[in-house]
Design a protein around this ligand. Sequence first.
Ligand code: SAM
Length: 670
Amino acid sequence: MSQDCQKPPLEPARIDWQDATPVSVQFADVYFSRDDGEAETRYVFLEQNNLPQRWADWQSPGSFTIAETGFGTGLNFFCAWELWQQQRQPGQHLHFVSVEKFPLQREDLDKACALRPQFAPLHQTLLAQYPPLIPGLHRLHFPAEQLTLTLIFDDAIEGFRRLDGCVDAWFLDGFAPARNPQMWQPALFAQMARLSHDCTTFATFTAAGDVKRGLRDVGFTVEKHPGYGRKRDMLKGQFTAAAKTASAWKASDAPWFRVDYQPRPPGTVAIVGAGLAGCCAAYALAQRGWQVHLLERNAAIANQASGNATGITYAKLSLHDTAQNRYYIGAYLYACRFIRQVFESAQVAPGQDWQLNGVLQLAYDADEQQAQEKLRTSGLWPGDIVDWLDADATTARLGFSTTNGAVLMKNGGWLNPATLCHALLRHPRIQLSTNTALQQLKRADERWYINDLPDGYDAVILANTFDALQLPQADHLPLRRIRGQVSHIPATPASSILQHALNYDGYINPVRNGFHCVGATFQPRNRNPELQMDDHRENLDKLREALPALAEMLDIGAVEQLDGRVGFRCQTPDYLPIVGPLPDVARFQQQYAGFHLNPAKQTYPPCPLLPGLYITTGFGAKGITGAPLAAEILASYISGEPQPVDRDVVFALHPARFLQRALKRQGRPD
Ligand code: SAM
């Protein structure tokens, strides 16, 4: 199957509830022991990975990662969480990464959780965030618990093949090898080795010979241990770093995007630019214990690309399984959870400055109608994230008439970006300096120094859009400036009925502070910072065309009297943002020069980087949707934690991709 063809929808777990015991129809096996599943989990996975002792001995800040095959009903997760609650120290964080090919539907998970009333508060916390059944990675944060869960809805081998990060303990669950031979393969053990270090342990309930040999072959010491209850034996062991393969990759492994993930304790970081990208990055690192200094050249935060009165978090659905589309949907789902969580914890009630009550994508012309019909019939997009509405249902939802159907993107909505930035910057580990422009960035004594500030930083993140191009470290990046004008249309009592952000070939948001934001134009070659009447007309024409009944309800008046805002989007040639470590350009070009001449045969070292220097930029018009996930990707790079997106997405956003493409082009005839 080629990379970008349509992927079949996820197959949810089919469960036969036998006397309140969940039995998998796909595997004809129980999810956990009928006798005492919890005690078995504690014995096999927690104790034989030595977690009680390892966590008792661990006194420093930092993170610990458990990876599991088969999330199922989450029993192992809840038991690990319970132990974590007893042993965690301030500044410590647990990552639990679990891959699941047949995820439980919410109702089944609910039912399984009800069987274990002792975990009720943990169940409620999980169920509040349980993701839609869409393939790929879903990162869920539980900050009060110092815990992050990454659910990978995929086959175990494929899921771990695409994971970047570093694992401290493996829970090898999954139905018994005899019933589930496809999972217990050498390819799975190879991925475990790739993600392990010399203190990584594993434990599994099975003692099957193939598993024992497979794990030994990739470098784990394997020891037989008495099994739980009636089971005679189980396996446990540790990885030996000596078994790690050399750090050189073939061209097909994309060495130019490879970095080493080593857990790293929190330090100090300077972040340049206090728009959405910078504020989200500041928050993600502050949450991990980093001391953050956020520098903003203007007097106020969020006043450039993030300065619109309201914006939308939204994703265009697709039929194709590409890294780009996985990024868009992943960023959207992550942003919706993140925004809600940040506003709720900052006690910013919905209504005035935000509302995640769904975005309506109108089927405003024949092409869009056809596209929506294909998406609907594909079965790829489940009812927990979308509703397909015909014209009557759309009219009923809007409260005014339309002849168009729509798709309701249930998780999305609108917000005032500056309010989100202010909520993020309430974090006590973030210090903000306004009126502070970055003029110089120097490296000395393994630290970065900014302007004439006396203290160096362990890391620096550039979140200053086009200004990054003024630095020699980033001036190679192909950032384009695209003008966009938003019109502020005064609301009327009638137009205030609009409750949803609405997308067509433009957009209109519900009233805030007396007007609707209607946008936005797209002008790559226009540098005019002033409002243009033609742009207002373009915004209004699109609105009248798509939603004539709503346009009638508005008090538009003379175009010359309209207010609005001009912004310059920072866009890349491939329409994906640039997120990650900055390469050392000269060394990069030297190291990979000529790779196109004999790409299949040679091996290469990983990407030469400017140590500790990162960038997050190029979100175009999608900053609200993209910035939260980008921040999580950066924080994962910097702290050496598991990435929240699959590796192909990490690579698709990598700052070195333009250099790599340029080198590749050298090999082609003009
Ligand atoms: N830890 C689980 C719990 O607490 O319920 C028990 C899991 S159950 C014994 C095994 C799980 O592995 C099932 O949820 C099953 O769908 C999943 N599984 C089986 N084969 C898999 C594969 N190839 N990749 C990922 N998950 C798989």
